[in-house]
Ligand binder design. Sequence first.
Ligand SMILES: *Cc1c(COP(=O)(O)O)cnc(C)c1O
Length: 473
Amino acid sequence: MKNENMNDKYFEQLRQEVLSDVYASHELSRTLPESLFPLHEHSARATAQSITDELMLDGNARQNLATFCQTWVEPEMHALMDTCLTKNLVDKDEYPQTAEIEQRCINMLADLWNAPNKETIGTATIGSSEAAMLGGMALLRNWKARQKAAGKPFDKPNLVTGPVQICWVKFCRYWDIEHREIPMEEGRLIMNAEEAVKRCDENTIGVVPTFGVTYTGQYEPVKDVSDALDALQASKGLDIPMHVDGASGSFLAPFVEPDILWDFRLPRVKSINGSGHKFGLAALGIGWVLWRTKEDLPEDLIFYVNYLGGNLPTININYSRPGAQVVAQYYNFLRLGREGYARIHQACYDTAIYLGEELDKLGIFDVIYNGKGGIPAVCWTLKKDAKLGFDLFDLSQILKVRGWQVPAYSMPPEQTSLVVMRALIRHGVSRDLISLLIRDMKRDIDELSANPPAKKSSKKHSSHNHSGRELTK
Ligand SMILES: *Cc1c(COP(=O)(O)O)cnc(C)c1O
């Protein structure tokens, strides 16, 4: 009798495991654990199903117009990345072909960014943030070496930037560097040459223009700044290097506006970072930093380890990381070439310009950036004299009903009264989708005008983060 019971139980378990519809199974008759480390094993099928279901609650990445990062990749890229899931990029000795592919990408970027010769050195990173940190550290160490050699103090470094992405704020804080961030002014939301040079002195480790400013999408005038620094050197003898934060622009201008001088064609540009996972069109997790020549990267930022076999150099901050993103980037370079990148990006620019024009027609917005002279994005604000019972935060909120994520945010501290909305147009954000966004926006504006939301505290929206950088991805 006892035995029979056990058999019954066993059979029942087996039936559950094998035959049950996953939602009728015992496994899915519970909520998922949240804090205590689970005790028992569970079936792969039920576990994966329930996690997949929870993830439905995330926004739809394709409708996220806040992000600069790729949200659509070709099926071939999925497959290639899957084959590399278990390969560690740092194990250059075990995976020499992946290492070789990384180097090929660096060579191709040196070509794309017009490096003067084959002496270029660089590395794949996890994104522009790691790349910027490496570029910044090289600036800092080179400056220290110059000051030491001249018998001058080297304890008060500063860095001159326009309104930057958070990675440069981090860099300055981590390394105790005075951050001379040029404040925005009415009518000037980015760095210009005059404002940059004004802030330079012998303790300036470098000037970092952003080629594709996070807040608005505009390109900072790298060439003008470089010229002004040449003039400064001629008049005062200060030789200040530049690093270009080309997170977005380094993968746009070379294809679409090759005549803009922003890269290694300017001798003062010593290093450049770019995000492969933004307009480089690779899947998330890849950035690049390149130095103009080997001399621009201090020797002591190159590390050699022998415990993986071989004695191979690494420049990275991370150690282990997947090789898949590097392979994905290489795939794109081969698959698209200059021609393919130009066509994809041009389509995005055209759609951005279309969005800007449509927003303009709605009559209540001032388009601050319309997709010309920067990255394929549009940035707009409410007309000052538009007497409306709602603001951009309300509009952003109501757009979410149909899944659109279009952020509203305030500018950095000195310009927080300026609230804008911004939409990034990237690979996979089609003209048709944007026409639907406009249609939804019209309907939402009518709805908000007819039923203005009750105003709570106006502080609610601008205080997510005291530096106003909450959405600057
Ligand atoms: C996105 C971005 C960064 C940070 O890059 P990640 O690749 O997200 O680490 C830095 N600077 C600028 C200008 C950016 O747009």
